[in-house]
Design a protein around this ligand. Structure first.
Ligand code: PGA
Length: 362
């Protein structure tokens, strides 16, 4: 069998997208060039790798087998490239960062500051929801991930670096906008604009309510925080989002945070990578940078945590959803200076003040 790396690369892209057109776009090739590579690969393998049913293509059993090896070979090549980068040092290098959709609100600030300090390093930033992140980690397709909670069942190293409070938002003219200590049960009477299934924000809220025997009425489902904010502003319902996503709207009075019993849900952001993964110098420098910025801003040392927060039954809670558990590595969010890199965090502090939220975490 005489298979080339190029054939495997083209095949992997077609198999991932299940589309010759999208693979051609991704690889900057023409569609006939993609078809030719696949045909030559099939000739070498001696079996069809794809089958067409109607307008859609599917992997054959042989295709599935080749895909598994193609992914492994691609991961080995990336490791080789990382190893060579390590030999070259920090003057060059590429960092593949995958962040949760919600983390994108501060990740770009982090990258901007880091790039000013390390101009030789370039980035590939991918933004996806929690489900997408889990796939990337599983397939070892990134150096570092920023996510709301370390994954269960995957062997990862995770360190927390910043609080991520989830709040209930409403249009300022909503009848509940002026309510104090709104009972949690009251939320069941309201229509909600929820994130899509697979979103970490949504999973957290549902788990929190389920543990109390409650459910939200999701009128609308949207895959972006921006769409949720617009819908809530338009009066289509209430929303639950990370406070990082609404700094501007709260500042401008376009949205408000409801004072609901049990909220904000105190989550935390984590830097995550596969355990045992040898981080490239670029990835290691970025990891250190985020942790040090967090340390400077939040006056705390990061810790590792591998289990997702369990909010426990309502009766167990005293000061917040994570009370009584191992406290995450955060302390006061009030900082006199505006740190360069965690600019979004300063906005967060201002936002929390504006929203009248507690400024310490449990
Ligand atoms: P998401 O955020 O809702 O954008 O997926 C990730 C998370 O909070 O876990």
């Amino acid at each position: 069998m005489n298979i080339t790396l190029r054939q495997l690369k083209v095949f992997e892209s077609v198999a991932r997208h299940l589309s010759f057109t999208r693979a051609a776009e991704e690889l900057y090739l023409t569609q006939p060039a993609v078809s030719m590579q696949i045909k030559q690969l099939e000739q070498q393998v001696g079996l069809p790798l794809f089958e067409q049913i109607g307008k859609r293509i599917f992997l054959t059993e042989a295709g599935g087998e080749v895909r598994r090896y193609a992914q492994r070979i691609a991961a080995e090549l990336r490791e080789l490239s990382d190893g060579l980068e390590a030999l070259r040092g920090l003057n060059s290098g590429r960092l593949r960062l995958t962040v949760a959709s919600t983390a994108n609100y501060f990740a770009t600030d982090l990258l901007a500051t880091f790039t000013r300090r390390q101009p030789g390093i370039t980035f590939q930033l991918e933004v996806t929801n929690r489900e997408g992140l889990l796939r990337r980690i599983q397939d070892n397709e990134m150096d570092l991930a920023i996510m709301g909670e370390p994954p269960e069942g995957l062997d990862v190293a995770a360190e927390t670096f910043m609080p991520n409070p989830l709040v209930v938002i409403a249009a300022p003219e909503h009848p509940l906008a002026t309510g104090a200590q709104i009972p949690l049960e009251r939320l069941q009477d309201e229509l909600f604009v929820l994130r899509e299934a697979g979103s970490g924000t949504r999973n957290t809220v549902e788990r929190f309510l389920e543990q109390r025997g409650l459910r939200l009425h999701g009128g609308l489902e949207m895959s972006s925080n921006e769409a949720i904010k617009q819908s809530v502003q338009a009066g289509l319902g209430l929303g639950v989002v990370s406070i990082h996503t609404v700094a501007l709207e709260l500042e401008l009075g376009r949205l408000c945070v409801l004072n609901v019993e049990g909220f904000p849900l105190e989550r935390h952001w984590y830097l995550v990578h596969r355990s045992g993964k040898r981080l490239s110098p670029a990835a290691e420098a970025f990891r250190r940078f985020v942790v040090e910025e967090a340390h400077a801003h939040w006056h705390c040392a990061p810790t590792t945590q591998t289990t997702p927060p369990d909010f426990g039954p309502a009766g167990e809670r005293s000061q917040g959803p994570t009370a009584g558990r191992q406290p995450p590595a955060t302390a006061s969010v009030q900082s006199p200076e505006r740190p360069a890199a965690l600019a979004a965090s300063s906005e967060l502090t201002a936002t929390k003040r504006a929203a009248g939220l507690a400024t310490t975490t449990t």
